[in-house]
Design a binder for this molecule. Structure first.
Ligand code: SAH
Ligand code: SF4
Ligand code: F3S
Length: 475
């Protein structure tokens, strides 16, 4: 068994040095064009938290190059969309929004338009952008974010379009600047890519092979964030349970949780996503033992039917899923469990869908992310026959969301009168209210002064609604 981490995914330091030289050249170009002002960049990220974390690196690089960030598209000198490919709908939204940039660019020819992220890592999308969206200047994939200085330099100096989708299996680049969106909640990617090849999923195709950051790098980042006053750290990976899978147990995910838990300070640790195939008793035990780890488990089950799970290539059955849940509730009776479900996988029958409802009734999730199957080009499931009409899929989807809604309402009703520790996050929807989250990831709103944002408070539930609780701050 290996005890040291291989660095076969590290990028050559000479290449990083080259990028730092490009950074200097971009700074010179930008100050010649914009001084005494700073050029403005509008950056928007679609998709999962992993992509949001990439977006924070992109913003970090741009700020390092001298850009100021703006929320006003019309003011922007650079517009960058960091895209998601998980479902067709996600891609349609991006194409729609890129289309809307055309008249803006016609008014302001100097505006640079850049697209990156998972959607761009697919050849057919990059081709479509090349042919049908000639006003897009720069397209790059998920593996070359660190080359942004070079791409911008080439765009500015050659005036030609730049396309770079290289990277194949993926890499790990440490030390990029990060512009974090929040001052008390932070994302920490612990691994990249995915090896699971669930038959419906595009992620392995656009994010490359699974690779883990070093244990020390992750713990050091967590320590720095805690020292900088961050109150919530969320560890990210498509399958966190296989973090450092091939290495010594002292360097795997449960050990990582324990090491971060041991950092002194008042903060909370979250993580996502766990895959039931690799979710171990050791992980559940570590969750139960570590007082800073939120008692919230996001454990996607996707389908309650064993034939469908096999077709999905998920490598567990409903019995294994339920035994994990039983063990988790045994160790942590107050645990909040959430999940992802796909409705209408090709060939799913009405009876097979009933098995999905049975799991929902049995586990009584806090909340569910529910999706109708979307065929993704290049995945195995996209080639399967799918005879079920859309109306029937919609019916199943509604049956699932109705069931979950009634369970959520019962669960929140049972929270009435109880007191929870809450990290206060932002203004609530009503004037004078703030909004925060319980450890179990339920939103609670209560009247309080905005100065409490970013602190932990105790809040008692006075009025439970289906998805959101209303409460009162404890004195
Ligand atoms: N790595 C995570 C999931 C990442 S994608 C895991 O394995 O649990 C988030 C969710 O999107 C998935 O859990 C799945 O429910 C949904 N999803 C992924 N591909 C999909 C597709 N082609 N159609 C519909 N939903 C999909
Ligand atoms: Fe996609 Fe499956 Fe990997 Fe999750 S585990 S990212 S669903 S292939
Ligand atoms: Fe989307 Fe890529 Fe995440 S496809 S869900 S942004 S890994």
């Amino acid at each position: 068994m290996k005890t040291e981490q291989s660095n076969r995914f590290s990028v050559d330091p000479a290449e990083l040095q080259r990028q730092s030289e490009y950074s200097d050249m971009v700074r010179t170009v930008l100050s010649a064009r914009f001084a005494p002002d700073r050029p403005k960049a509008f950056v928007h990220t679609y998709g999962c938290q992993g992509n949001v974390s990439d977006g924070e690196k992109i913003k970090g690089i741009l700020c390092d190059l001298g850009f100021a960030l703006t929320d006003d598209l019309q003011q922007a000198d650079l517009v960058l969309y960091n895209t998601c490919a998980i479902r067709e709908h996600a891609q349609d939204r991006v194409f729609g929004n890129v289309g809307k940039l055309k008249p803006i660019k016609e008014q302001k020819r100097s505006m640079l338009i850049a697209l990156c992220g998972c959607m761009m890592q697919q050849d057919y999308v990059a081709e479509k952008i090349k042919k049908s969206y000639p006003y897009v200047d720069l397209v790059f994939g998920t593996h070359v974010i660190y080359k942004l200085p070079e791409f911008l330099y080439r765009c500015f100096c050659s005036g030609k379009r730049v396309f770079d989708l290289s990277g194949g299996d993926g890499n790990i680049v440490e030390g990029l600047p990060v512009h974090r969106d929040g001052s008390f909640k932070a994302w920490i990617p612990i691994m990249y890519g995915c090896n699971n090849f669930c038959s419906y999923c595009v992620v392995p195709l656009v994010r490359g092979r699974e690779r883990s950051r070093s244990f020390e790098a992750v713990v050091e980042e967590a320590r720095d964030l805690v020292n900088a006053g961050y109150k919530e750290l969320t560890l990210l990976g498509q399958n966190v349970n296989s973090y450092n899978k091939d290495l010594d147990p002292s360097l795997r995910f449960p050990a990582l949780l324990r090491a971060i838990n041991a950092i002194p300070g008042d903060f909370i640790i979250r993580f996502m996503t766990s895959h039931p195939r690799d979710c171990s008793k050791e992980l559940l035990q570590a969750m139960a033992d570590c007082e800073k780890v939120a008692k919230h488990l996001h454990l996607p089950f996707q389908s309650g039917n064993d034939r469908v799970l096999r077709e999905m290539n998920r490598h567990y059955d409903s019995a294994k899923y339920l035994s994990l849940i039983d063990e988790a509730y045994r160790l942590m009776p107050e645990l909040s469990v959430t999940s992802d479900v796909i409705v209408g996988f090709p060939g799913e029958t009405a009876d097979e869908f009933e098995d999905t409802l049975s799991i929902v009734r049995r586990v009584r999730f806090t909340s569910l992310f529910t999706f109708i199957f979307s065929p993704r080009p290049g995945t195995k499931a996209a080639a399967l026959e799918d005879p079920t009409p859309r109306e029937e899929k919609n019916r199943r989807f509604k049956a699932l969301t109705d069931l979950q809604e009634s369970i959520a309402a019962q669960r929140t009703a049972a929270m009435r009168g109880k007191t929870y520790r809450v990290l206060v996050e932002e203004p609530g929807r009503e004037e004078g209210f703030l909004s925060g989250r319980t450890e179990g990831n339920v939103i609670i709103e209560f009247p309080a002064d905005a100065s409490l944002i970013g602190t932990f408070q105790y809040v008692t539930v006075t009025e439970p609604k289906t998805w959101i609780l209303k409460g009162e701050l404890n004195p």
